[in-house]
Design a protein around this ligand. Sequence first.
Ligand code: PMP
Length: 460
Amino acid sequence: MNFVAKSNDVSALIEADRAHVWHHLSQHKAYETVDPQLMVEGKGMRIWDARGKEYLDATSGGVWTVNVGYGRESIADAVRDQLVKLNYFAGAKGSAPGALFAKKLIEKMPGLSRVYYSNSGSEANEKVFKMVRQIAARHHGGKKWKILFRERDYHGTTIGVLAACGQPQRNADYGPFPDGFVEVPHCLEYRNQYPGADDYGIAAADAIEQVILREGPDTVGALCLEPITAGGGVITPPASYWPRVQEICRKYNVLLHIDEVVCGLGRTGKWFGYQQYGVQPDFVTMAKGLASGYAAISCTVTTEAVFNLFKDNAADTMSYFRDISTFGGCLAGPAAALENMRIIEEEDLLQNTEAMGQRLRGNLLALMERHAVIGDVRGCGLFYGAELVADRASKEPLAEAKVQAVVAKCMELGVIIGATNRSLPGLNNTLTLSPALISTPDDIDRITATIGEALTAVCG
Ligand code: PMP
């Protein structure tokens, strides 16, 4: 921890922040009485704030991003080497790191073959929506232009992707939105949307088919889903869900877009979340863990069949994908992503994620036995949620203030955890855990012991 020792003026830093920075997703009124917290240094699983307090980070940078942990010099070196060689050229041309990373990535994604670079998860998803619309315009006579998205899923922050937002408070006030985005129901077995169903996963998937039939299959171009819903409550679908979803998409010629912005790059213990379920998507988008936050990069990956729809009819001067992302040509991104992937492989982090995930699950289930406030534990790999309820029988969600008090207590005790936020009124009651893929047994045990202590302090 060097920063505070070197800085004589933490107060000036905090005041500069208070006076001039507009924080993401924050109500700034609070900073009139409380200092903003500035994170200044990280190493491995640990991070320090400007006042020198140390935390164990169980969120991988707040939003499931820093998969390989903080302070990776080899990624910084790879980025530096690339920047001094060539920092940038527009993505209409190829680049060395872009080509090498695409090849490496595609090796992990059988059935997919093309990588389109941009620089945020939102943007990667927008690219899919534009591709689907262009396919509709040029190959389906203007039909198949609708895009289905799911209740509780989130795909980003720009107006286009907010049109496909299943979390009401995220897009309230920001409309009107573009037409043709249609919501399908969720598959959260714990909240039992399909009482009496023989197979919950099949019932939830069939609800998607009902929407396709209602809208008209010739109007529906794509279905966009998170493999495991992240911010909407860490929702792992029942085993039967995904195969049926795939079957329905094939039946109605609907392209399947899986948003791996959170689950991609090892978070669930496989390279991608969809690989837990044996599905074959037409589009995969990824961002956060792609370079673990060492550079801004996202990818939209698709099949040769989709790619060819934009290539084969070269006589049509409007047929190519008429899109550019200026900073999709920034070469720090693929350089960092390549080294990030090498680390995941060389340090066997998928295997570690699997093993530490089992430990995390076991610890959370043990906590559930001691704390009636935990109603459900869901997740996979190093990606877990613990849904908190006021009463197990009625499953009434625990009040948001108490959920936030648990998060704050953990922070006070030196462990950073997350929670689903206000975007889900009445359902913002799930604690979220996504420690880095380098977690050790001691890290996992400390995280869950701290949650236990916080639950006792807040809920008794
Ligand atoms: N998709 C999912 C599933 C996400 O969780 C997020 C961000 N939380 C996004 C897309 C948007 O990514 P970004 O913030 O990089 O635009």
